[in-house]
Design a protein. Structure first.
Length: 280
């Protein structure tokens, strides 16, 4: 790789941070956040209980809200759907006097079981998305996909393209045991993007000490995919900006701070994909 490529990597990284900054000041982003804020953040215990109920029923679940919240989001729980259960605290408020100052304190006097429904049990308006699947298909993209998959296998991380399991919302998965799944049924360009993203995880996050929690890991993997796409001349902004902004919660500082790591990963992937090409 020459210095021209380094400049292009830096330019691509700047395009990413600029694009995210523009997105997070847009109306699309406001609509997205407004929807996100309607979803209840359940406690760890409730999440475990919900997962247990889903396993018992043999269904995959992704996003819960109460019956009326779904209605207010333009979606309706289907007739006959069985609610999932969570525990909600019964709170009480009392006034106490401390050092002559009155203040309200809250306590819990018990628990009650509340009903909640997964998005898969509802029909209606699609939720606002800021990450849109990429469209486009060509022989060139399919051969880049095959090349990267072969390289990944050669470094001990084989890639398969299975059917998407029912209810699975991820487009692909990287397993730290050393394999990648990219689900079938997407456009060639989206399939390639997902593969670059998962390969980036396998380069950046295989070692325990390189993991920085899910949000940063996702920011790094998708930023790498965006940079690889930009240098190859494909546009991933429709998907990457929203995805990276979502995981970084609109914080462009995080995207900037991981610049060096993602440029290194992008360089490694590009060196594989451009190996047979004539010199630039
Ligand atoms: Zn990921």
């Amino acid at each position: 790789m020459d210095t021209t490529t380094d400049t292009r990597l830096e330019d691509a990284h700047k395009a990413l941070t600029d694009g995210i900054a523009a997105l997070v000041s847009s109306d699309d982003w406001k609509r997205y956040l407004a929807t996100q804020s309607r979803f209840h953040k359940y406690s760890f215990g409730n999440v475990m209980w919900l997962m247990g109920q889903a396993i018992t029923r043999g269904v995959d679940v992704t996003r819960f809200a109460g019956y009326r919240t779904w209605q207010s989001l333009g979606r309706q729980v289907r007739k006959g759907e069985k609610a999932f259960h969570v525990l909600a605290p019964l709170k009480f408020k009392k006034s106490v006097e401390k050092d002559g100052v009155k203040e309200d304190v809250y306590g819990i006097r018990g628990w009650r079981v509340e009903s909640t429904f997964d998005i898969s049990q509802t029909d209606g308006e699609p939720l606002p998305e800021v990450a849109k699947d990429l469209q486009g298909s060509s022989e060139e993209i399919r051969s880049l996909t095959a090349k990267l998959a072969a390289w990944s296998a050669s470094r001990g991380v084989p890639v398969t393209f299975p059917a998407r399991p029912a209810g699975e919302t991820a487009d692909g998965l990287y397993y730290r045991a050393g394999r990648i799944e990219v689900f079938e049924g997407m456009s060639d360009l989206q399939t390639f993007r997902v593969l670059v993203h998962e390969v980036a995880h396998s380069i950046l996050h295989a070692k325990e000490e390189d993991r920085h929690g899910r949000p940063q890991n996702e920011v790094e993997a998708e930023s790498t995919a965006f940079i690889v796409f930009t240098v190859l001349g494909f546009d991933a902004s429709e998907y990457s900006f929203g995805y990276v902004a979502g995981w970084s919660e609109g914080d462009t500082k995080l995207v900037k701070s991981v610049g060096e790591r993602i440029q290194k990963a992008a360089k490694e992937i590009l060196s594989v994909l451009k190996k047979d090409d004539a010199a630039e």
